[in-house]
Design a protein around this ligand. Structure first.
Ligand SMILES: Cc1cc2nc3c(=O)[nH]c(=O)nc-3n(C[C@H](O)[C@H](O)[C@H](O)COP(=O)(O)OP(=O)(O)OC[C@H]3O[C@@H](n4cnc5c(N)ncnc54)[C@H](O)[C@@H]3O)c2cc1C
Length: 414
């Protein structure tokens, strides 16, 4: 294919912004299209972790067995909105297919390959954009409620992670207390992942990337994209503001990506797995690193504007109202972790763009090679954004990445 002169990136979340920055380095004219200001989608509200330890797919037989019980637990982190159930059919079917040992190991290998390239890709963007000051390198803690649960994890997923080369150190409850004296004794100990970094402001990270993109000559176009199509090898992007033509287009629209991809003939069983966060009033209460309470699937992160507790997995329409029950559970969980009930400064809900096999969609659209997809990063969008953007740029530049990108192929669910 000839080298493009103009490229559109649809979606200015952390994935689209990272992709636009890498594409810009190719010397191409890049236009970043979003219906909103940069960084206000799901990328606004995450827990802020560059979760280097996240190398295990969610779908596995052991996880599948736990799901009915988790759905029945009204105070647990997993829930489903009944009206959303029909959207979950294709996802559920592919989730079950992804549970075989063979598929699980394949997914584990694929996620590890992305994770190994992630830190260098992040370092490059953080350094070039001047965003390094928004990132702290202090590790993160992952804690367990009971000794039995902790021991089972040590033999199970923690052992798997160690085998994958993730550095960790096992800590007793007392050792955790020495590191984070303000935490209550809700746990039986856990591990510290010393290589995990975190941002103190996900939205400021996006804004810093956007400012750098514009300073380097990039164009931000505020428009809601309604249709994408291919006209004799040219990408036609039509929004409410008009029709725009580009040599190439990369779709990074998060949970909305599947609808646009479908217009190009690719069906992706992407779902909205909503997560919540609360920013807590905690003037005299301090943390120095993110702390995860794994039994409740939450992370508490010290951010610029306060302590943020983030988590939950609610399969629901992205536009459905925020659930009061979820907000209450998060607040109760925060109270147990802090040893006191905090006042809530603000709360938020957003949709993780989740695929059944926990692998993002990265690659060209079959039959429309001038369109590339880059979305579906589920729980790891912040962690894998920079490396995704780099891979997209290299593939558009003509580098042969066929074997590296095969596990993430858009048509793998057909
Ligand atoms: C509670 C919670 C905690 C999390 N914690 C972490 C964490 O600690 N670490 C981690 O790595 N990940 C985490 N994640 C996941 C991470 O936040 C997401 O994977 C990531 O933000 C997805 O980024 P994105 O750019 O693909 O999507 P988004 O940020 O949603 O960006 C997509 C953009 O596309 C735009 N768009 C959509 N449709 C259109 C259209 N038709 N026209 C124009 N624009 C459009 C939207 O406006 C939006 O700005 C968490 C998620 C949640 C919910």
């Amino acid at each position: 294919m000839t080298q493009p002169k103009t490229i559109a990136v649809i979606g200015a979340g952390i994935v689209g912004l990272s992709t636009a920055l890498w594409l810009q380095k190719l010397g191409v004219k890049v236009t970043l299209v979003d219906r909103n200001e940069p960084g206000l989608g799901t990328s606004f509200g995450n827990a802020g972790l560059f979760a280097d330890y996240g190398r295990l797919p969610i779908a596995s037989y052991s996880q599948l067995r736990k799901i009915p019980g988790m759905l029945l637990d009204k105070r647990g982190p997993l829930s489903m909105q009944l009206q959303y159930a029909r959207h979950l059919m294709p996802y559920g079917w592919h989730f079950i297919k992804a549970c075989t040992t063979e598929k699980y190991l394949h997914g584990r290998h694929a996620l590890t390959s992305l994770q190994l390239t992630a830190p260098a890709a992040d370092d490059a963007l953080l350094h070039e954009t001047g965003a390094s000051k928004l990132v702290q390198h202090n590790g993160c803690l992952a804690l367990f409620s009971t000794k039995e649960g902790f021991e089972a994890a040590l033999e199970g997923h923690l052992h798997e992670r160690e085998e994958q080369g993730v550095r960790m150190q096992v800590l007793s409850a007392d050792e955790v207390h020495e590191l984070e004296p303000h935490l209550s004794r809700f746990h039986a100990g856990g591990v510290i992942y010393p290589d995990t970094r975190f941002t103190i402001s996900p939205v400021e990270l996006s804004r810093t990337y956007a400012r750098h993109f514009v300073a380097q000559g990039g164009k931000l176009l505020q428009d809601e994209v309604a249709t994408v199509s291919d006209a004799n090898g040219e990408c036609v992007v039509t929004g409410t503001q008009g029709t725009h033509r580009f040599d190439r287009t990369v779709i990074c629209a998060g949970v909305a990506g599947a609808r646009l991809a479908q217009q190009l003939g690719v069906r992706i069983p992407l779902v909205s797995e909503r997560g919540y966060h609360l920013v807590l009033e905690a003037e005299d209460w301090h943390l120095t690193r993110p702390v995860g309470w794994l039994d409740y699937a939450v992370f508490m992160t010290p951010m610029e504007d306060g302590i943020r507790i983030a988590g939950m997995a609610e399969f629901a329409d992205p536009d459905a109202p925020q659930g009061e029950k979820q907000t209450e559970i998060m607040r109760d969980t925060a109270a147990k972790m802090m040893g006191k009930t905090p006042a809530v400064k603000s709360s938020w809900v957003g949709s993780r763009p989740s695929t059944p096999d926990s692998l993002p969609i990265i690659g060209r659209v079959p039959g429309h090679p001038n369109f590339t997809l880059a979305f579906g990063h589920g729980h790891l969008g912040l962690t894998l954004a920079a490396t995704t953007g780099k891979l997209v740029a290299e593939s558009i530049q003509g580098k042969d990445l066929d074997s590296m990108l095969a596990p993430f192929a858009p048509a793998r669910f057909h």
